[in-house]
Design a protein. Structure first.
Length: 748
């Protein structure tokens, strides 16, 4: 331990290192359980481990959960008491747990001797996670895949329209369509599908080639994107952390897989686990160790630090943004030593005990007893220099002070209409003026063919046709002859005489005919004597037999363009052209808001370089489409939605309409051009800081004193002070003249 670290440890005023509390999370799906181990450091969520296992019945849940929790703990010596649950939508009724599932969770925590924190619907947690990640409330169709089930969630502007769970069939896209058809109350579905779960990377191409608009109310072909792995358990942990710490942050990253029972660890994992075990200890460590073993989290700026208090006495939540121990301790120790150990000068001690004006003035007055001009010159020079230094120190220094404040986030949403026939903003009806915009764009793109086809020659041969009836039979050209799965076509019409009687018995009528296999390939090369059925006749009426060996059948597999390939390329190119159209329209209407989702598409020209089943490794598409929609002025939308929040602005804060965000999620584009959408308003309410008052309070103060004064102001996180010209730190002070102090208020 270094000397300074020892001083920090001895300092009675330095803060103790926070002791992290760890939590379990359990995500329950229709088929599997996923356990996670997580904690909160400052304002940051840390997910340490996760592990999953399928279950076949609810009776297995306690046993499997116990196993999973043991695995995520691994070799860590942690005492984890609390658990958070993520449950599927099927377990809920009116947002409350159904009785039978509530009993399962109660029995589970009792058996495992854990304390339940809460439960959250997994779909809600996913939407919350996406909003945190993207910065805006999501509007999308979320599809989670398991081996036997898929879960379809529709979210608009961050709110759930519903969740459907269906059994998977052979066609995943058709399964999603089946689920979405149950959302009959939604006029327009979000044109974005986000998929996650088991095997989704292989499913994307299949989903891209599906005809989504044939039965469903999409404005245009939806985009298909893949979400990160393990999103469900991450979102459950984030939901729990958000309830414990306000404005918690999380950086999405792969979660470590749990340490197996064998206990065999790689070197890297051993180091990580050692760090985690040490960090869970309550024994104070020096700050140098703390910085090396802080799980990758960043320590906040010392000027920004605050301590948070929670009412929940059952949760040992770490203090938010605790100040680094070493920085705090050093400054306090320096003052502590200087105050107690530094002896005062003798003259100062005498002055304190007995102040004599005569003793003080005599040396000063003696300076004016000049005996020669040289001394006079020196005296005047010294006085002049001192006056100059004083004047410079008074007028020359300037201070630039940035005060970092903590804003309050205020959000509201409402349905609004942009109407091309509206001239003025109707705040009561929430209607704003709109203008009709349209453009035409063309483009081309390529795609790799993925279809397979057999090419070659069909087998040919001669058959003997037998008529076993008393009437003659005429078989037309194209009549099908079958032998097992092999089909052959009669090349020409053939007439077969009826059977006849003779001394030796019945003689069947017979005739020869040429046949050709219906498909190419060597499988049609049948041996001589192979029996065959004819058309719809039973073999007791008409039959056939191969006369000699069939031959000539050959084949090979080649790559061809499939219908799905064409659909996939159309969706990709159409999406690209839509974006081009939106950008083109936005450039021509810079003062208006043009939504990509609000553009209706009409394809006027579509030309593929290859048709379906054409042999090719690659093909292209030339596409021309026109796009038409309604644009609006974003200021009009802000005006309408801001009325929803004006009354909610708390005292001490102010709303600046220019510093707000609006998000519009299209609900419907009507034929007359009316654009109906959900408008979401997000405002950062800034604390009201009296900068003139700040100047007066910090004039003449040292930088550390000024920082402390500013930091103690309400809703202030910290500050940054810059003094010019640059002087040694012990000489730097805030100017005495208010005009030389510049104060700015903003976000960090």
């Amino acid at each position: 331990m270094s000397f300074f670290d020892k001083l920090s440890a001895l300092n009675p005023f330095s803060k103790k290192e926070e002791v992290l509390e760890y939590f379990f999370a359990l995500d329950i799906s229709e088929e599997s359980l996923t356990a996670g181990l997580w904690t909160i450091e400052g304002r940051q969520l840390k997910i340490l481990e996760s592990e999953s296992q399928t279950y076949s019945s609810l009776d297995e849940v306690p046993k499997i959960t116990d196993k999973l929790l043991d695995q995520v703990l691994g070799i860590r010596e942690l005492d984890v008491e609390k658990i958070l649950f993520g449950v599927p939508s099927s377990w809920l009724s009116d947002e409350n747990l159904k009785g039978e599932y509530l009993k399962i969770l109660r029995d589970l925590v009792k058996e495992l001797e854990l304390k339940p924190m809460a439960y959250v619907e997994t779909a809600h947690a996913l939407v919350h996670m996406l909003e945190k990640k993207e910065g805006i409330p999501p509007t999308a169709v979320l599809v989670g895949f398991e081996e036997r089930h898929l879960t379809v969630t529709v979210a608009r502007a961050g709110k759930l329209d519903g969740v459907k769970i269906v059994v998977r069939g052979d066609n995943s896209a058709a399964d999603i369509e089946k689920a979405l058809l149950q959302f009959s109350a939604i006029e327009t579905l979000p044109s974005k599908i986000l998929i996650y779960g088991e095997g989704v990377s292989e499913l994307k191409d299949q989903l891209l080639s599906f005809p989504w608009m044939s039965k469903l109310s999409f404005l245009h072909l939806p985009k298909i994107d893949i979400l990160t792995e393990g999103l469900e358990i991450k979102s459950i942990c984030l939901a729990g952390a958000s309830e414990i710490v306000e404005n918690v942050t999380y950086t999405d990253a792969p979660i470590n897989q749990a340490v197996k029972k064998s206990g065999v660890l790689s070197t890297a994992m051993e180091e990580e686990v050692e760090e985690e075990i040490v960090s869970s200890s309550s024994t104070p460590r020096n700050d140098e160790e703390s910085e090396d073993e802080n799980f990758g989290f960043m320590v906040g700026d010392i000027a920004d630090q605050k301590e948070a208090e929670l009412d929940d006495s059952n949760l040992e939540v770490p203090e938010e943004d605790e100040m680094p121990v070493r920085q705090t301790a050093l400054s306090e120790v320096d003052d502590f030593e200087r105050d107690l150990d530094t002896p005062k000068p003798q003259a100062f001690q005498e002055t304190e005990s007995k102040f004599s004006p005569k003793k003080f003035l005599t040396p000063i007055l003696g300076l004016f007893s000049f005996k020669n001009s040289k001394r006079t010159t020196i005296f005047i020079s010294v006085i002049g220099i001192l006056l100059l230094i004083f004047a410079l120190s008074l007028f020359l220094p300037k201070a630039e002070i940035k005060i970092f404040v903590e804003p309050k986030i205020l959000e509201k949403d409402t349905q609004a209409i942009a109407d091309p026939n509206q001239k003025l903003v109707d705040e009561d009806k929430k209607i704003i003026p709109g203008i009709v915009i349209q453009t035409e764009v063309s483009g081309s793109d390529k795609e790799t063919a993925s279809g397979k086809k057999q090419i070659g020659d069909p087998a040919k041969g001669i058959v003997i046709l037998y008529n076993k009836t008393s009437d003659s039979k005429t078989l037309s050209k194209g009549t099908t002859l079958s032998s097992g799965s092999h089909k052959f076509i009669l090349d020409t019409s053939v007439t077969i005489a009826s059977q006849s009687a003779s001394d030796s018995g019945i003689t069947y009528g017979k005739s020869n005919g040429n046949v050709t296999a219906s498909i190419v390939g060597a499988d049609g090369n049948l041996p001589s004597g192979t029996e065959m059925s004819v058309g719809s006749f039973s073999t007791s009426q008409v039959s056939a037999k191969a006369e000699g060996n069939f031959s000539g059948g050959t084949s090979k597999e080649v790559t061809v363009v499939s219908s799905e390939d064409q659909q996939r390329l159309l969706a990709k190119l159409s999406s690209s052209l839509r974006l081009q159209a939106q950008q083109k329209l936005q450039e021509s209407n810079p003062d208006k808001k043009v939504l990509e989702e609000a553009l209706a598409e009409t394809i006027s020209k579509r030309s593929y370089s290859k048709n379906v089943n054409d042999q090719a490794s690659e093909f292209s598409l030339n596409l021309t489409a026109s796009y038409k929609g309604t644009a609006y002025d974003d200021k009009d939308l802000r005006l309408i939605v801001s009325r929803l929040v004006t009354t909610d602005v708390p005292e001490g804060f102010k709303l600046n309409l220019e510093d707000t965000e609006t998000q519009a999620d299209v609900s419907k584009l009507e034929k007359d051009g009316k654009l109906i959408f959900i408008a979401r308003f997000k405002a950062k309410l800034m604390p009201s800081i009296d900068t003139e008052k700040v100047k007066k309070e910090i004039q003449g103060k040292s930088i550390s004193e000024a920082e402390e004064i500013i930091k103690n102001m309400e809703n202030v996180l910290g500050s940054e002070i810059k003094i010019t010209p640059s002087l040694p730190s012990f000489l730097q002070r805030i100017p005495l003249i208010g005009g030389n102090i510049k104060v700015e208020v903003g976000l960090k």
